[in-house]
Design a binder for this molecule. Structure first.
Ligand code: SF4
Length: 160
């Protein structure tokens, strides 16, 4: 994605969900921007590699919300968007790996970026154990995934 601040010679590269950086790329067309102070600390400490697997997979903004059920990603309108989610996750991973990311800070509960807990596929706000498509791909590739509630932990760990 654009606005990539790769300064990984001096700072560790971290893939970050673009919506957490303030990019208006969520399904609603909004963002999930982290507090300004947190963003400033992140930018100071890390070479940020923005990723938005849903947009990178060709989905439009705004778009229908999607959730995972039975191993498929399906929009609220009933469209199977698994292929777009998987394609976008693959693009995001290539960009993260090209930048040398060992860590990722990804938006919690998202069917792409969520790690550990995601919605159950019924669009009723129920969370279950599971990973978003991109978060799972990142983790399988050896990139340590943090949700935004663990950003402090990431900032402590990044120097390893
Ligand atoms: S795919 Fe990830 S980065 Fe893009 S809007 Fe959803 S949670 Fe944010």
């Amino acid at each position: 994605m654009e606005d990539c601040t790769v300064d990984s010679v001096t700072k560790p590269a971290v893939a970050v969900s673009a919506c957490l950086l303030g990019e208006r790329c969520t399904w609603r067309g909004g963002d999930n921007a982290l507090p300004a102070e947190t963003l400033a600390r992140l930018r100071e400490a890390c070479a940020i590699v923005p990723v938005c697997p849903e947009v990178q997979g060709g989905l439009l903004t705004p778009r229908q919300p999607s959730e995972i059920m039975g191993g498929r990603v399906v929009s609220k309108a009933g469209e199977d968007v698994t292929a777009q989610f998987e394609a976008g996750a693959a693009v995001a991973l290539v960009e993260a790996q090209a930048a040398g990311c060992r860590f990722a800070l990804l938006k919690e509960k998202s069917p792409s970026c969520g790690f550990g807990r995601i919605y159950d596929g019924t669009f009723s706000g129920v969370l279950v154990q599971g990973n978003g498509v991109a978060a799972r791909l990142f983790a399988d590739a050896g990139i340590e995934v943090f949700g935004e509630s663990r950003v402090g932990e990431l900032l402590e760990r990044r120097g390893e």
